[in-house]
Design a binder for this molecule. Structure first.
Ligand code: ADP
Ligand code: MG
Length: 231
């Protein structure tokens, strides 16, 4: 929690509202929300070095306060398998970003472990003017974007309420496992929902939070992308 307050005041001091992915994921770690291992590289050589220390395959992502949707500007390359591919991805991303947004101030390149494929879920939070923070849950991809299969609870969300939220979405049978898809770790999702609720209650200065996607496995889960916007 100490780390979170420090990050928020730093973001405000810099006149920003959007946290960088590195900052948002540090806040997540502070609240025991699991995230992919990551390091910030300042140049190409460092990108190679950090990729090797994290272990291949890795993902490279642009880090810039001026870029909110990273893949929209060609700022994400996944499944990078060796040092040569790191160098190529590094140059490609900078090239893409400079083309799309020449004035973007670039903080560095985020190197992170490539999360294995799992069942993708989304946890979000918004602030309702009347009810305060509310927590959202749904399955990723078409379930949220096309079918709007999501559920909300006003915070604070208890463990029982979090378990209800998970069972409430229409896609719930997919989480329970079917055919050759193994069951997802529902306890891990419950914990993420409760911890997100705690974060929102502790920090009413958060306007919006978006953990999208979270990969859920038979055992455990990993947040692949995190966005936090302050009031
Ligand atoms: P955006 O800012 O565009 O939302 P993301 O960080 O979500 O960028 O990356 C885009 C997509 O790339 C994700 O939705 C996910 O499918 C994939 N991805 C990103 N990071 C990882 C990772 N560490 N492991 C596996 N897949 C990833
Ligand atoms: Mg994303």
């Amino acid at each position: 929690m100490k780390e979170t307050s420090h990050i928020f005041s730093q973001v405000r001091n810099e006149g920003r509202k959007n946290l960088l992915e590195t900052e948002a994921k540090t806040v997540c770690m502070d609240y025991d929300i699991p995230v992919t291992r990551f390091r910030l590289a300042k140049n190409e050589a460092e990108a190679v070095e950090l990729s090797t220390s994290i272990g291949f395959p890795v993902v490279l992502k642009i880090v810039s306060a001026d870029i909110i949707h990273k893949s929209d500007v060609g700022g994400v390359v996944v499944d990078i398998k060796n040092a040569k591919e790191v160098r190529n991805a590094y140059r490609q991303i900078l090239d893409n970003v400079r083309k799309h947004n020449p004035s973007a101030k670039i903080t560095g390149m985020l190197i992170q472990e490539m999360a294995p494929k799992g069942t993708e879920v989304i946890v979000g939070a918004i602030k309702d003017p009347q009810f305060g923070p509310a927590i959202m849950f749904g399955l990723g991809g078409i379930f949220v974007e096309v079918l709007k299969d999501v559920t909300f609870r006003v915070a604070p969300v208890t463990e029982d309420e979090a378990a209800e939220m998970i069972q409430e979405v229409k896609a719930y049978p997919l989480l329970k496992g079917y055919r050759n898809t193994p069951p997802s770790d529902l306890k891990a999702i419950t914990k993420i929902l409760v911890n997100t609720s705690k974060l929102m209650m502790d920090h009413l200065e958060i306007k919006e939070l978006d953990l999208n996607p979270i990969m859920v496995y038979e055992k455990g889960a990993k947040t692949v992308d995190a966005r936090i916007i302050l009031e």
